[in-house]
Design a protein around this ligand. Sequence first.
Ligand SMILES: Nc1ncnc2c1ncn2[C@@H]1O[C@H](COP(=O)(O)OP(=O)(O)OP(=O)(O)O)[C@@H](O)[C@H]1O
Ligand SMILES: [Mg+2]
Length: 600
Amino acid sequence: MGYAGGVFSTADPNERKYRKYSDRILVKRLASYMIRYRRSLVLVFSSLIFTAAVGDVGPYLLGISVNDMYARNLLAVISSLAIYFALYTVNYATDNRRTYHMQLLGQNVIRDIRRDGFAKLQELSPSYYSKRETGRIMSYITNDVDALSDFVTFQIPQVLAGIAVIVSVIPIMLFLNPSLTLVSLSVVPALVILTLAFQGRIQTSFVETRRKIALVTSKLQEGISGVRVTQSLVNEERVNEDFDSANAENLQANLRANKLTSLFNSLVQVIEACGIALVIWYGTTRIMSGDLSVGLLVSFLFYMNAFFNPIIQLTTFYNSYQSAVTGLDRILQVIDTPVEVRAPEERMAKKIYSSKAASTEFQNVTFGYEPNLPVLNNLSLRVNPNEVVAIVGPTGAGKSSIVNLILRFYDPQEGSVLFDGVDIRELEFAEFRKRLSVVSQDPFLFLSTIMENIRYGTEDATDEEVVSISKKIGLDDFMKWLPMGYNTIVNESATNLSMGQKQMICFARALLREPELLILDEATSGLDPVSEVKLQSALQEMLKDRTAIVIAHRLSTIRLADRIIVLENGRIVEEGSFDELMALRDGIFSKMYLMQYKIS
Ligand SMILES: Nc1ncnc2c1ncn2[C@@H]1O[C@H](COP(=O)(O)OP(=O)(O)OP(=O)(O)O)[C@@H](O)[C@H]1O
Ligand SMILES: [Mg+2]
């Protein structure tokens, strides 16, 4: 969750006011998703051709039967009408199949786009998330993809049917009566001008609606995850006002887009009415002068209807198109986001040779989350195999940042991080990350049972192994207090567990993997002294053939370490064993230790 864009402001600097991609690219990308479903596409297209043919023949049959009525040829009238009904009945059946296949196609395309978006989100490094609000990202994958639904499943086949009708009807009309055809088509230039005039405004109005619904989702997400803080500080009114204003902005944006499109639709209908009036006027004068049959005028009026229906449809199509490509544009921006931290190409990737306990080394590392604000300054640090190194230092010194670099959530601006002597940028992610385990500062549990949470990432571990590791670290003692023991479901944000329990579960998860390098970032801060002592003695045993980095504020934890590093402002200011550091007269560590000792 980005606090910068949170309760206090509504601007997201990463969000574009205009589309990023051109129409051509968007259509191409959408087509590349649709083409995967060839069977449905073929069925849809063949049924469209049939529908167009029915649209061509139908009005002609009606015209003939009118003329036959005039000629009092009842048998001919009945047979024309019978063919007419038969055609439309078959058409109705193919229409049904078409709708089904369009739904199938559309829903598949939406699923594929969502899957690509989600997969990208799993790949992006934490820096992507620290610059964006969770709610907005969720809106890309939900609302923006939804905007495609109406377009793909309904509008595209409608408009393709329309185009097929228009393309096939014009030659027939020209064949039946060229001059009447030209009169019918005389209003087309007006339609083109109108569309061009409205295009830009409708486009931006749709981008605005997508931005506003993203804002609403983002406020909703923040409102829900922050509800405890809000209630405890009695700030509900402020949060409600904030949500109301986002909600109202969304309303306004939608009204504006609808106003524009309905104005556009009305103008198109006015133009159509003018066209029909022209045809009737011209047609009746021709009938009176004897050049035209009533039946042909009737056919023409139906043809005009067949011709204008898709054109009116085109305007809703256009609106739906705008809404869809705007959504697609936003989701493609996610799918196309370059991954900042990339794994090396497979053939270039280097191997890790040690089978147990590898060294970890920082060589002159300079790193900042913002390139010009370094958090770690020219840091060099080596953790030998089987060594336990503790890192201490004030809040904000850069301790967790060291962990972020080892995990390769970020890459340093200068220098390099080596694992088993190899730059981690040259190692395959899986090859390397599966050798580490981190218990991080804020324990995260998934919506699942405690058992599954411990097993997360080590899926082949048996229940017995999970229980055995839990016994070792003292987690098992708590299980009898939980309603279902290991099968207790962890709530969202693990609100049904205490902080210490959460940390212990994460601990068990980390140890179950039997990592070569174990990293503990304030992993025991939530435990009571008794539990902590128990956990530490378990740790001491487990760390025997392992390398570990232990970050702790509580200096008692640090006694486990072979070596202690004191970090300040991203620099190592002291280094040595516990006794060595305590022996330093004016040492920072000895002062910190004495101060804690005094307090306790
Ligand atoms: N995602 C981030 N984006 C930008 N700056 C960050 C980010 N994470 C941390 N920082 C900054 O980096 C600096 C070091 O943070 P870090 O989390 O490494 O401190 P720490 O030593 O772990 O502190 P603590 O003991 O409180 O956990 C801080 O000044 C912090 O503001
Ligand atoms: Mg930290």
